[in-house]
Design a binder for this molecule. Structure first.
Ligand code: LLP
Length: 431
């Protein structure tokens, strides 16, 4: 199985040790399941790897965009994680969960003045400024309030992570960050150091997401450390912090490799230590911002089959009661997923089909070339694995379809963390 929280017992798919057909019956479908114990296990793996390799001050930050609701922030708080937030909405949700914002890093490439003011008002720990405009805007707001705001600068190290285009962000021509190669990074650093109400505490980079390539993080770290050394040399200032972003890939299908967090973090640590020795600089306080690798395989989505359409000589469709509204990733990126017929796991998978959604759009596809038992039919349960990241957070109400609930699984129990959107919810803003 692609993850060790997926098992089969008596022909039924189990997730986090629980019978998926019973969960579908209890909570209805479509249904997002989240394995809380797996989320905690991943946080602990990162925490442990960071402490071992970089000491106690090196904190992993959870990238909220991967999966964001109140309960997630409570878990992050309990696990001692920092967080990466990108909007007033994520900040609001974290506050509602009682998360201490001094451990929050505010990203995004275009924070509005209202976002900046809201974040400072609520005691955000750090801004990660994308560009010079943002440094100016944060300086202005901090000056207005008579405070000094801690800030990191997001730089583009000029590295191609070899992932899909939509999530490659470290290249020089990216919409994110300020490029080192063009000389703009040294300019923005100089400018930031001259501002009286912001304190430059670090540099940040994020090269991309769903990254498997061997040494991408090591190469990015070395470019960033060389820049830290250049700043020390030319501006006589040593930034104390380096945040290497997120991006480790996860297994969506059997052919995807498995990345061991502890091994990956220790490889990055090795590269950092040897580069620092070569450059004659102290090892900075290291941060990373994993999102997908913390929550992706903690998630599974359950659907009920409706129509099964066979077009002889062409193709077969298995239609489910959700679709691109709860998982737009195939429509957007052609992403791979592993699908199972959860209630017929002991039957042979000899029927090829496309698993498609219920939206009025041909591109509403969850996955193509899926093998299922030939008996697949109405009221069977389809499970789509590894949906914990960028599914719930990217869901929409297209066709006025309500978002599914999020049910957490822990220690053999289950509970609702986000309730199902009702028909009334869908009209709540209509006047
Ligand atoms: N830090 C920054 C600044 C980021 O932009 C991201 C992701 C992360 C951390 C977390 O990266 P992760 O560890 O999750 O790969 N919607 C796309 C993914 C977009 C990723 C955006 N940034 C998808 O569904 O594949």
């Amino acid at each position: 199985m692609i993850c060790n929280n997926i098992t089969v017992q008596n022909g039924i798919l189990h997730f986090a040790g629980q019978d998926t057909t019973k969960l579908a019956e209890k909570y209805g479908t479509p249904l997002y399941l989240m394995d809380e114990d797996k989320i905690r296990e991943k946080c602990r793996a990162y925490k442990h790897a960071f402490e071992k390799n970089f000491g106690p001050s090196a904190q992993p930050l959870y990238a909220s965009k991967a999966c964001c609701f109140k309960r997630i922030y409570e878990i992050m708080k309990e696990e001692g994680m920092g967080i990466d937030v990108v909007s007033s909405g994520e900040i609001y949700t974290a506050l509602k969960a009682g998360f201490d914002l001094s451990q929050a890093y505010f990203h995004s490439n275009n924070k509005t003045d209202a976002d900046i003011s809201y974040a400072i008002e609520n005691g955000i720990g750090y801004f990660v400024a994308d560009n010079i405009e943002e440094v100016k805007a944060v300086e202005a707001e901090a000056a207005r309030r008579g405070i000094t705001q801690k800030l990191l600068l997001r730089l583009t190290p000029g590295i191609d992570p070899h992932t899909y285009e939509a999530v490659a962000t470290g290249k020089v021509d990216s919409k994110f960050g300020t490029a080192i190669e063009t000389g703009q990074a040294i300019e923005i650093t100089k400018f930031t150091l001259e501002q009286p109400h912001v304190e430059l505490v670090g540099f940040h980079c994020h090269v991309g997401s769903q990254v498997f390539e061997e040494d991408i993080f090591e190469r990015a770290a070395v470019v960033m450390l060389e820049f830290i050394a250049e700043v020390k040399e030319t501006l006589s200032y040593t930034v104390p912090m380096l945040d290497l972003g997120g991006g480790y890939g996860v297994r969506y299908v059997e052919s995807d490799p498995y990345l061991d967090i502890e091994t990956k973090v220790s490889q990055v640590a090795e590269a950092i230590k040897s580069a620092c020795t070569r450059l004659g600089i102290d090892v900075p306080e290291i941060h990373m911002e994993p999102g997908r690798s913390i929550v992706a395989d903690a998630g599974m989505t359950l659907y009920t089959v409706g129509t099964v359409k066979k077009i002889p000589g062409y193709k077969n469709y298995v239609s489910i009661d959700g679709g691109m509204t709860d998982n737009p990733r195939f429509a957007l990126y052609g992403s791979s997923y592993t699908c199972f017929l959860a209630n017929k796991m002991d039957e042979a998978n000899d029927f090829e089909c496309s698993v498609v959604g219920r939206c009025c759009e041909s591109g509403d596809i969850i996955q193509e070339h899926v093998m299922m038992p030939a008996s697949v039919g109405r009221n069977d349960i389809v499970a789509v694995c590894t949906t914990g990241a960028y599914n719930y957070t990217m869901a929409s109400n297209y066709n006025r379809v309500g978002r599914p609930p999020v049910v957490m699984l822990s220690g053999g129990d289950s509970y609702v963390a986000v309730r199902r959107e009702s028909l009334e919810d869908l009209c709540r803003n209509d006047l």
